[in-house]
Write a protein that binds this ligand. Structure first.
Ligand code: ZN
Length: 424
């Protein structure tokens, strides 16, 4: 059970290694000349003064908002003729962010992605069915370039068309499926429904890093009978393929020869010790088209201290537990929905659906948790136990209401789990 409980004993943070410091120095030395975006962003800062990790940690963060302002091609740090491709993050929340890539960036991304496949045990003998979308989005093409770099056979399906997807999966005997967790689950359910499991040759799933619970993971794993690998990445930083778990499944290794990664307290912006949860901040070490310095991802994770049993020299982060935007502050305690979810998952009497409501009553914050029962009738006893467990693990006592199965609203998209009534 992964808990967001904070380890306070160890006070060392991930150290920037000498090669990383050198790469960052090289990058910063000419950054302002190459990029009007950074010339403006670091106005009044002499980047030549950045000589140590501590100096580096004083540089301002960049955020998706900054990148949006550079729309369309303001992030380019190379002359136009060196740009071979662009990708764009979704524009659902406003102006999209466009990331220009040089030929070397495309190549570097493929190398990192091929490494991911290797860590998942994929070999040139494998047939890799790629279901994420192609286009402006970095997903499909990232999976494909990595696959070709490794030397495996790509089956570039793209999303949807489940009939054809399953037909190809049977005819071509695909051994690896690349998908979002929701699509992997849908395929698993279809395979079961159609009774074609014996014609499916899948051995592994490489699953995009949207947040997904252990219950869903278990269903995909058992229904498809495959090993699952979580792949990490974001459009702003190459795309998917910058990290993945190995077969020991002790967190995701990330490629620290391409990226410098920090974990910060999302509220204070201060770096936190290894092992402590916070927000991932990424600096690209060799990216040419659109280098990023201290980019706030809003993804929550932690550095996993120590070595992985696989012996890999690459450091590890934990599976993404949520977004820093989801953080709630209750009675002075920082709480994430995942922490509540983890407590609820300890009780077999409860199902997976819940809703958190936060309000301000009589001058105090209060949290009410509505959670659906999985069939039990003894609501009172279980309500008390859940409240006590949250008190002991997170540090405050919520009001817990167990409700009947099907009581809470359902959504086809992302369910709204947290409703903060304090500011409405
Ligand atoms: Zn490992």
């Amino acid at each position: 059970m992964r808990l967001l409980r904070i380890a306070t004993r160890k006070k060392t943070t991930m150290e920037m290694n000498p090669q990383q410091l050198e790469m960052i120095g090289n990058q910063l030395a000419t950054l302002k000349e190459r990029s009007p975006f950074y010339d403006k962003k670091f106005e009044g800062i002499d980047l030549g003064d950045v000589k140590t990790q501590a100096d580096f940690e004083k540089l301002p963060f960049s955020d998706k908002g900054d990148l949006r302002e550079a729309y369309p091609l303001g992030l380019a740090a190379v002359p136009q003729e060196k740009i071979v491709r662009i990708h764009s993050s979704s524009g659902t929340t406003g102006t999209p962010v466009i990331i220009p890539y040089t030929a070397k960036d495309v190549q570097d991304w493929a190398i990192q992605f091929a490494r991911c496949y290797e860590y998942a045990g994929v070999t040139p003998a494998d047939r890799v069915q790629i279901t994420p979308g192609y286009g402006l989005w970095t997903a499909g093409i990232g999976f494909q370039n990595g696959c070709e770099k490794l030397g495996a056979m790509a089956v570039p399906m793209g999303p949807g068309n489940t009939d054809k997807q399953l037909q190809m999966m049977m005819d071509l005997k695909s051994t690896v499926i690349c998908a979002t967790s929701s699509y992997a689950l849908l395929l698993a359910e279809e395979i079961e429904k159609r009774g074609i499991a014996d014609k499916i040759c899948l051995k592994k799933g490489v699953i995009g890093s949207e947040r997904w619970g252990e219950k869903m993971r278990e269903r995909i794993r058992t229904e498809l009978g495959i090993e699952l690998y979580d792949i990490y990445g974001l459009t702003e930083i190459y795309g998917p393929g910058i990290g993945i778990n190995c077969k020991y499944d002790t967190g995701m290794h990330y490629w620290d020869d391409y990226l410098y990664l920090e974990i910060i307290d999302p509220e204070t912006g201060k770096n936190v010790p290894d092992g402590e949860w916070g927000e991932i901040v990424i600096t690209t070490l060799v990216k040419e088209g659109a280098p990023l310095i201290r980019f706030r991802t809003h993804d929550l994770s932690r550095i996993i201290p120590g070595e992985c049993p696989c012996g890999s020299p690459f450091p590890r982060i934990d599976v993404i537990s949520g977004r820093s935007d989801d953080m709630m502050k209750i009675k002075g305690v920082n709480v994430f929905p995942k922490q509540i979810e983890e407590v609820l998952s300890l009780f077999p009497e409860l199902s997976s659906e819940y809703q958190i409501r936060i309000s301000h009553l009589d001058g105090r914050d209060s949290m009410r948790i509505y959670v659906e029962s999985s069939g039990t009738n003894d609501f009172k006893d279980i309500q008390k136990k859940v409240a006590e467990t949250i008190k002991s693990r997170i540090g405050f006592t919520p009001i817990v209401y167990v409700v009947e199965l099907g009581f809470l609203p359902r959504s086809e998209k992302k369910s709204k789990r947290v409703i903060d009534e304090r500011f409405s």
